[in-house]
Design a protein around this ligand. Sequence first.
Ligand code: CUA
Length: 184
Amino acid sequence: MIVPQYFHIRWSIVEIHRFEKVWIVASILLIVGYIATVTYGAIGAGVQMVGKKGGQIEDPDNPTSSENFREPGVYTVGENHYAVYVLARQFVFRPGTNDPIKVPAGSKVTFHLTSSDVIHGFQVIDTNINTMAIPGQVGQFTVRFKKPGKYGFVCHEYCGVGHHLMEGEIMIVPKSEFEGAKQR
Ligand code: CUA
């Protein structure tokens, strides 16, 4: 029991006022709280930066990707797995803006997103899908829409005078009504 005694002596030598002690404890709790929120934001919320996963445009190691961006749209990857290639440019998403992105409910959907001019954003309303479209870089993420329905998405990076009009739509159709996707 050396340690408590030591602390006891220290407390009494410096004679910390009762209020001072309260504030010391409160500040330590605040710091612990800040670290906890930062840690949650970094790990718990599942936020990821646009990484190398999606590769780059004209990547010789990944010729399919560049090829599919020449003809953006929904591609069949495997059993109940689809890939959506979306090209963003001022001020449309292709597909998405003029023709909705159609995918069947319950399937695995991998988005590949890039831009042919400036940086754009891609945020699907009422979901945690939120990424950037960077020229030359491919943003990639995989999601599953469980129920049929419609989702709107918007560009959330200021990209020019038409930025506020840049939007699109994803239609989740029942599996039986899905018309099929492009093959590669
Ligand atoms: Cu595209 Cu803002």
